[in-house]
Design a protein around this ligand. Structure first.
Ligand SMILES: *Cc1c(COP(=O)(O)O)cnc(C)c1O
Length: 338
């Protein structure tokens, strides 16, 4: 692995050595299984295939300058997968079993964990879906869980550069009483049309509004939204956004930096009052926003070409905790013992 250019890995797909699986049958979870194949067996009548009974997670492991490998807030991901499972009536995986599977997948692929200096990390993708035959609309009798890992390069290859986002009122990613708060693939399917139009028109992503009134900011497709106003970190409260673990961590860091944190409804017009804005999630931690174009109203909310000071400080602190260079006060990291 000496000659690997870790910076080049993107979010496409990289096959690593092993993945870990576990099946739920006859009312119970089986043993963890290890595989070197990247194919899974899916029943032709699986509910995951037909009715979207599927949820996933995304988390990362980081190698620090001390050589230790840390996985960030694994228990939060385990709990969120349970909540997603509950939401679409899938078998819930015990927290310890989820953690054991993720840690096993990391350990089996030790040689794929990027070195600290590369700025890269190991992305971990757990997925769970209904995999028993069920043609009538009912929860599946059986479930398959699988977790694979792959190296991903640093998100910001050319520095922490802000990009542009767009508001289109003709697309929704999730309904107010629907599946917005759980991490299911169906939300992503419904975000593809708007997302791909945004890319074609030169934007990084769509900033979705609340589906009912189109008055409030929801989230940015695969990332939560936040704005900075003076010494205040503001992030939308809504019943159709996914509770981002990155956002939750940034709220804590902001509070520890002496900022006021507000989780409340944010109107579109309030975008004009922020001095900085960003999207946050595991992939990038923070993607600073240069401007938000309200395409339907022909209004631009401009934050500027340079990422704001506060966003950068939040970003640096969270990354530091993940790589073990900033004190992990809340025990967010699990250190992997090899
Ligand atoms: C996964 C996800 C996020 C980000 O969550 P993190 O836990 O911070 O990675 C934000 N929005 C949606 C819709 C997501 O699926």
């Amino acid at each position: 692995m000496e000659n690997i250019n870790w910076k080049e890995f993107g979010f496409g797909y990289t096959k690593t050595d092993y993945n870990v699986r576990c099946n739920y049958r006859d009312g119970k979870w089986g043993e963890l299984e290890t595989s070197s194949s990247d194919q899974v067996n899916v029943h032709i009548a699986a509910t995951g295939l037909h009715y979207g009974q599927q949820a996933f997670e995304g988390l990362k492991a980081f190698k620090g300058p001390d050589g230790k490998v840390r996985v960030f807030r694994i228990e939060e991901n385990a709990k969120r997968l349970q909540s997603s499972s509950h939401g679409i009536m899938m078998a819930e995986m015990p927290i310890e079993l989820f953690e054991e599977a993720v840690i096993k997948a990391i350990k089996l692929n030790e040689r794929w964990i990027p070195p600290y200096e590369s700025g890269a990390s190991l992305y971990i993708r757990p997925v769970l879906f209904g995999n028993g035959p069920q043609v009538g609309v009912n929860p599946a009798p059986e479930y398959t869980f699988a977790v694979f890992v792959m190296p991903v390069g640093p998100y910001f290859k050319e520095g922490f550069k802000p990009t542009d986002y767009v508001i289109y009122r003709e697309y929704d990613r999730a309904a107010p009483q629907g599946t917005g708060t759980i991490k299911v693939g169906g939300n992503y399917a419904s975000s593809l049309r708007g997302g791909s139009r945004a890319h074609e028109e030169g934007y990084s992503a769509v900033l979705f509004l609340d589906a009912k009134e189109k008055k409030y900011i929801d989230e940015c497709g695969p990332a939560n939204f936040f704005g900075i106003k003076g010494n205040t970190y503001v992030t939308p409260k809504s019943n159709s956004i996914l509770p981002s673990i990155t956002n939750k961590s940034l709220c804590q860091i902001a509070e520890d930096m002496g900022m006021t944190v507000e989780r409340r409804k944010v109107t579109v017009e309030e975008l004009a009052d922020f001095t900085e804005a960003g999207a946050c999630g595991t992939a990038a931690v923070i993607s600073p926003i240069r401007k938000i174009v309200d395409a339907d109203k022909n209004v631009d909310y401009v934050y500027g070409d340079e990422a704001g000071k506060t966003s950068f400080k939040l970003y640096e602190t969270l990354r530091g905790i993940q790589y073990g260079t900033v004190e992990d006060k809340y025990n967010w990291n699990t250190i992997i013992e090899f």
